[in-house]
Design a protein around this ligand. Structure first.
Ligand code: PEP
Ligand code: MN
Length: 336
């Protein structure tokens, strides 16, 4: 017994030194964070985190399981990030200057409970921009059109509770005005990108507070037409984020892809505009197993961010069920 209690003592002191070392790490990471903030540099550096995991796994390979190293480092980094969020400026402006910009949430708001449940999971991965459609631009008038006004209330209360921002689409001027104060970033969908009257109206209504606009590429529009659409809005408000989301080509005749992912357009568009360019792999692919590989490809092509549709029970989703990824997949991008 004496021997065991001596060893236990030893273990206790090792445990203490593990946690002292973690605290020290958090303190150093905090200094880096403050330094970066002062320089206006990006706070999250995903490639550094990935390299760190690789090098530790290599160094301890054969002695410690990789999964233990990964779990430990990820949860320490997660704790650090949660700490920063407490005192970091988490205004919408600062979130939109983070890279990558991450917008995630369900395609469609289905109920108060569904929105809250999925938002919690999305928030647990550090995402601050919550998406969800209340007014769905459906091709068929017979399909579910979204919950409407009630849906906007559900996404707003989920965002309020979780300290997130609402990104949601409105289809017309009436709802733009009606829900203006409940939506933090106004989404203009692919089908509305060509409605110049609506684009002008969005610019006019949002210019008073320069509310950010998420403008999605028309699925049959050229890049030039896309930028003309942005110009209509920018005439009054140029706080715009452009979103590529796949285009229609002959590929859809014999392919699982819903659209053709316009990944190379990230590169081309970068040289044509000052606006941030994000990529929506969910609509571009239309099938969940393509989503994360395309998301990573977009980031490696220097996209400024992503918009990803998530659902924890995709089989229950009334719209775009096939392309929904589980919210936990977001950790592949955020690192936690
Ligand atoms: C959406 O993002 O909710 C959507 C309807 O996408 P898109 O306008 O690109 O079809
Ligand atoms: Mn959708």
């Amino acid at each position: 017994m004496d021997k065991i209690s001596k060893l236990r003592h030893e273990i206790d002191s090792v445990d203490k030194s593990i946690f002292t070392a973690i605290l020290k790490r958090i303190e150093i990471a905090r200094k880096i964070f403050l330094e970066k903030k002062m320089l206006g540099a990006n706070i999250t550096d995903i490639s550094r985190e990935q390299n760190l995991l690789k090098s530790l796994s290599k160094e301890f390979s054969g002695r410690l399981p990789t999964v233990l190293i990964e779990d430990l480092i990820k949860s320490i980094i997660r704790t650090e990030k949660i700490r920063y969020n407490y005192d970091e400026d988490r205004s919408l402006l600062s979130i939109l200057s983070d890279r990558p910009i991450l917008i995630a949430g369900p395609c469609t708001i289905e109920s108060e409970e569904q929105m809250m449940r999925i938002s919690r999971k999305v928030a647990s991965h550090g995402v601050k921009l919550l998406r969800g459609g209340a007014f769905k631009p459906r091709t068929s008038p017979h399909s579910f059109q979204g919950l409407g006004d009630e849906g906007i209330d559900f996404i707003r209360s989920a965002a309020n509770e979780l300290d997130m921002y609402v990104v949601s689409e409105v289809l017309d001027e009436k709802n733009l005005e009606k829900h203006y104060d409940k939506i933090d970033m106004i989404q203009i969908g692919s089908r509305n990108m060509t409605s110049s009257g609506f684009l002008k109206e969005v610019g006019k209504v949002t210019c008073k507070d320069e509310k950010p606009i998420l403008l999605k590429r028309g699925f049959a529009s050229t890049l030039k037409e896309f930028l003309y659409a942005a110009e209509y809005v920018a005439a009054e408000n140029d706080n715009i984020v452009l979103c590529l989301r796949g285009i229609r080509t002959f590929e859809q005749i014999e392919s699982q892809l819903r659209f053709t992912p316009d990944l190379a357009s990230i590169i081309e568009l970068k040289s044509m505009t000052k606006y941030p360019i994000i990529f929506d792999p969910s609509h571009a692919a239309g099938a969940s197993h393509f989503v994360m590989p395309l998301a990573k490809a977009a980031l490696s092509l220097d996209a400024d961010g992503l918009m990803i549709e998530c659902h924890d029970y995709p089989q229950e989703a009334p719209v775009d069920a096939f392309q929904a990824v589980h919210p936990d997949e977001l950790s592949q991008i955020t690192g936690f």
